[in-house]
Ligand binder design. Structure first.
Ligand code: PHE
Length: 346
């Protein structure tokens, strides 16, 4: 990109040089994008630009900002891969129990460690089992019926776009959410139904520090006679208080899901700052914990249950964000990096 404004042009040349240097991503982020950073200071000069050139300046500055942000993100990711490949592992070497410790490669002499996602999942499932829930694993490949039709998405309905995912040539779908299992669970169990469904989900996403094409969700399904919204709020709050090991305030706000009625977003008071306002809750004091709602009568009917007799609720929440928040991990891509130096820290 050729910048017409000479200051921006200079800045672009400087960042190019820095990107090729040994300087760390953190250092460069502060240098350019920090509050006192070169880019932020440059932006403040817009007042000194002649009026008729301001629009062009603004446009160029935006392009440059985007370029800096994307390049630094890319640099961070390259650094991450470098760490993982810098260790040489001899895959042909043979070791047995009699090999002296010092001759074993370090990786073999250390006990393995569980991935942070697995650790958290086991902890969460432990809470739900103690609350009387069964566990069903989500399938990794599914079809249009379970992904959409059984969940009250008519064919061609625009709401399908909200869960855009990948399709195989055979019209199969890697599930975009664990709700794909609702119909199976409703058919398989007799009320009272209490099931949690952990699973890996796939979305048609461009990846960045907070988005991944692969994510993990935990669905909950609860059906019996006379189940109300109050039961839902009590159950979810009980789980979240056990998870964060503290008392929480809870509230719900409207959301949109075709498979529940009403459709809600469940919020909790921020357990990290006791609502004083921190970075994790975006200074609002509240954290969006999950989507939930009373299961739509059409979904119950499709699952073979009479909605006149039974009612219930469902929820779905993401695991990856919880693990990130709890461990202060800033980039979601670390979770799938396969980087042993990262995993060993847990
Ligand atoms: N499946 C929804 C999602 O992925 C979450 C959800 C599950 C909402 C169950 C309501 C009931 O966003």
């Amino acid at each position: 990109m050729e910048y017409k404004n000479s200051d921006l042009k200079k800045l672009a040349t400087e960042i190019e040089r820095d990107l090729k240097s040994e300087k760390s991503t953190k250092e460069l982020k502060a240098k350019y994008l920090g509050k006192q950073g070169l880019f932020s200071s440059q932006l403040k000069k817009i007042g000194t630009i002649a009026k008729e050139k301001r629009a062009e300046y603004g446009k160029e500055a935006n392009t440059l900002k985007q370029y800096i942000e994307e390049s630094l993100e890319q640099k961070a990711f390259t650094e991450l891969n470098k760490i993982s490949t810098s260790k040489q592992i001899d895959v042909t070497a043979k070791f047995d129990i009699n090999t002296p410790e010092e001759k074993k490669p370090k990786l073999l002499s250390q006990p393995g460690s569980q991935h942070p996602l697995t650790q958290e999942l086991e902890y969460i499932l432990g809470i739900f089992t103690s609350m009387g829930f069964d566990i069903e694993e989500c399938r990794q490949i599914d079809n249009d019926y379970n992904m959409f039709e059984a969940l009250n998405f008519p064919k061609g309905h625009p709401a399908r776009d909200l869960w855009d995912t990948f399709w195989t040539d055979e019209n199969l779908i890697p599930p975009a959410h664990t709700s794909t299992m609702q119909n199976r669970v409703l058919r398989k169990y007799e009320p009272p139904i209490r099931v949690v469904i952990p699973g890996r989900c796939y979305r048609n996403e461009a990846t960045d520090a907070s988005h991944e094409h692969t994510l993990h969700q935990i669905e909950g399904v609860y059906v019996d006679q006379g189940i109300s919204l109050g039961d839902m709020i009590g159950t979810i709050k009980t789980y979240l208080e056990a998870f964060f090991n503290t008392e929480l305030k809870a509230k719900v706000q409207p959301a949109f899901f075709p498979f529940t009625e009403p459709d809600l977003e469940f919020l909790i008071s921020c357990p990290f700052c006791a609502q004083a306002g921190c970075n994790i809750c975006g200074k609002t004091g509240w954290i969006e914990a999950m989507g939930c709602g009373m299961i739509h009568p059409n979904v119950l009917k499709e699952g073979g249950l009479d909605p006149e007799k039974y009612s219930g609720f469902a929820w779905g929440f993401g695991l990856d964000r919880l693990v990130m928040i709890k461990n202060g991990i800033e980039d979601i891509r670390w979770l799938h990096s396969g980087n042993l130096n990262f995993i060993k820290q847990f």
